[in-house]
Design a protein around this ligand. Structure first.
Ligand SMILES: [Zn+2]
Length: 305
């Protein structure tokens, strides 16, 4: 029987450096991290971008895990080549196979910590339920956004993104490092419990389901001509009501929220998303019943059936 191994990734974005710092300290044994006896492999997702102090070199690595990126000329697409390499090295059928991946990110938005789940895979939802039950973290379910695809975790049978913030790009902060450590250890503890079938799944899962992302206000030439309204800034996870202020424009005009549903905004003014023409994303809060098949799928994966 093959042994379970968990891939831990930091620095998928080269300017999100707190996870990388934690891994380096761990490597030098100056920081003890309890993986609860579970084998792990820890890597820097995008070492070239880390050196350059940027999010990426040619393309966002966390949008490069798709066939067409692997095939593009490697000289003009460092990240496509890197994505392909990571799957060959650490994918479930790779050289050094890992069945679960945890991808550690930071955000500049005032969201605190959360889990990001892509699509509705059973094992992901089971693992996310365990962590939500343990730490109370919100879950952002990212799906049905055709503009945004090719996420790292989707190339493994089970994987979660852990977003921790708020922290500026390229900055270290002891609280963010400690938060990364706490979440990492809690996830490993939960995986250990699944391995020993000593597990308690909650009945319900609270999900913030992605609905859509919105752009900044722009002038006729496409330049941003408004900023996030002060009443909206740093108000991630707080439900919007019709007519709530969203943006202030140069000409003094206010742009308001016009939807009828009480969407909940996240990634408000996230620095990395400006280039993606995203000022914030809207989610809908849902309470889901825990499903037996999620549990079984995670158990089968962890116990290698
Ligand atoms: Zn990131």
């Amino acid at each position: 029987m093959m042994q379970l191994q968990v891939l831990l990734v930091a620095g998928t974005h080269g300017n999100e450096i707190n996870g990388i710092w934690l891994f380096d300290e761990w490597e030098k044994s100056s920081f003890l991290i309890n993986t609860h006896g579970i084998k792990t492999c820890k890597i820097i997702g995008n070492p070239e971008a880390k050196k350059a102090g940027t999010r990426y070199i040619h393309n966002d690595l966390n949008r490069s895990f798709k066939e067409e990126s692997y095939l593009t000329n490697s000289l003009s697409n460092f990240e496509g080549t890197r994505a392909n390499e990571l799957v060959k090295l650490y994918g479930a059928s790779g050289k050094n196979p890992c069945q679960i991946v945890l991808d550690f990110h930071t955000t500049t938005a005032a969201m605190g910590s959360c889990l990001v789940v892509y699509g509705r895979r059973n094992a992901d939802l089971a693992l996310a339920s365990l962590i939500q039950n343990k730490l109370g973290l919100p879950i952002y379910l990212h799906e049905s956004d055709q503009r945004e695809t090719g996420f790292l975790v989707e190339s493994w049978p089970c994987g979660l993104v852990i977003e921790i913030g708020p922290i500026g790009q390229g900055l270290l902060n002891s609280e963010i490092i400690l938060q990364t450590k706490l979440i990492l250890e809690s996830v490993m503890e939960q995986i250990h419990q699944v391995k020993n079938l000593n597990l308690f799944f909650p009945d319900k899962l609270i999900v913030h389901r992605h609905i859509k992302s919105i752009d900044f206000p722009r002038d006729e030439e496409g330049n941003i001509d408004g900023y996030v309204h002060p009443l909206r800034q740093s108000k991630d996870w707080q439900p919007l009501k019709k007519n709530d202020e969203l943006f202030c424009k140069l000409n003094g005009e206010l742009i308001r929220f016009e939807e009828d549903e009480p969407y909940i905004p996240v990634f408000i003014n996230e620095a990395a998303y400006v280039e993606k023409n995203i000022s914030m994303s809207f989610t809908k809060k849902e309470l889901w019943d825990f499903r037996k098949q999620w549990r079984q799928s995670l158990i089968d994966l962890v116990r290698q059936k």
